[in-house]
Design a binder for this molecule. Structure first.
Ligand code: GFB
Length: 320
């Protein structure tokens, strides 16, 4: 059941931060039979179109990395889009996978599925033990429904669908739009602009929340490791008495203030930093316990400062 170099592998969302890292990783490891579709070619929220595509191409392995994603402001202001689009995409892809007998599916979620006031570090079994953070409730509920779908299909149909929960992510090909992006690309763009114009570097919120940031290629390595693993190992992650869930995080977090300081250092911004208290803080802390993933032999390779430096080098000429 493990992926072979010529297995038919569908990467849903191959142009996104995670999907593009997955494609690069798969290509690097010599997988030759990758299936991808742009949004113009296939609307993943269209159940019939997705079913037809799966019937025609018969994928054997599916990475479900397609999602409507965004930072705190986008989540807070477009909750209907986030719950509708994500439910539609995951329902279509999971059902189509079942219909054509996909051997393994990896569903990508996010650490925001866990309760806001979770004990830290957050273990997989804390899912659904308390109320969610308000700013990303709609997105989190869609992702929780996706985990539940994986579990329900495994129990009812004997499928092998696993849900991976990454921490906050960053990397090549990230979204740098200030209204919709996650915190790190936003801070890079703002520090860069402030340096050029000699203005202040405006950071949202109090600077006190903590975030665990993982480089997208490190996440992709973990995902490929899971999908390429022997059945004996993969099956241990699909216990029937608990959701098939695995955390994938960097193992440590930083405050937003520390992150902004690090970005300022990498960008070479030496001016004033101010905090805009009119913007939300969101979850105070969401550091995951990734013992389960680490126990399989995976560990992240890219440190935070090196990762920020490499992203900045890739994008700095396009930020002006
Ligand atoms: O990555 P982010 O937007 O989302 O980070 P979440 C938000 C944190 O960074 C908040 C602070 O504490 C913000 O106040 N921050 C400071 C900024 N400056 C900025 C800025 O310029 N832009 C942004 N975006 N934030 C998202 C969820 O939560 O994380 C999603 O909404 C998903 O559902 C994703 O789970 C991983 O970490 O708060």
């Amino acid at each position: 059941m493990m992926m072979q170099s010529d297995s038919r592998i569908f990467v849903a969302g191959h142009r996104g931060l995670v999907g593009s890292s997955l494609v690069r990783g798969l290509q690097r490891k010599g997988f030759t039979n990758l299936l991808t579709q742009t949004r113009a070619q296939l609307d993943l929220s269209d159940r019939e179109a997705v079913a037809k595509y799966f019937e025609e191409t018969k994928p054997e392995y599916v990475f479900l990395a397609a999602a409507k994603v965004g930072g705190i402001l986008a989540n807070d202001t477009l909750p209907a889009d986030f719950i509708r689009d994500n439910l539609d995409i995951q329902n279509s892809v999971i059902e189509a996978s079942y219909q054509v007998g996909v051997k393994r599916l990896l569903f990508l979620g996010s650490s925001c599925i866990y309760p806001k006031a979770c004990p830290q570090p957050i273990r997989e079994e804390y899912l659904l033990t308390g109320p969610l953070e308000q700013t990303n409730r709609a997105y989190a509920l869609a992702k929780i429904a996706g985990i539940e779908m994986c579990w329900a299909y495994n129990r009812q149909y004997g499928t092998k669908y696993l849900a991976a929960m990454p921490s906050n992510l960053y990397g090549p090909g990230d979204n740098f739009d200030l209204q919709s992006s996650h915190v790190l690309p936003a801070l890079i763009r703002k520090a860069h602009a402030a340096k050029k114009s000699g203005s202040e570097f405006v950071v949202w919120g109090s600077g006190k929340p903590q975030r665990e940031l993982l480089y997208s290629d490190d996440l992709a390595d973990a995902c490929l490791y899971l999908m390429s693993s022997e059945d004996a190992l993969f099956d241990t992650l699909l216990k029937s008495d608990e959701p098939p869930l695995i955390n994938i995080g960097a193992g440590s977090d930083v405050t937003i203030r520390e992150l902004a300081d690090l970005v300022a250092k990498v960008v070479g911004f030496e001016g004033a930093m101010i905090f805009d208290a009119s913007k939300p803080d969101g979850t105070p802390k969401k550091l995951m316990d990734s013992t389960r993933m680490r126990g399989l032999g995976w560990a992240p390779k890219v440190g935070l400062e090196d990762g920020i430096r490499s992203v900045y080098e890739m994008v700095k000429n396009e930020l002006d």
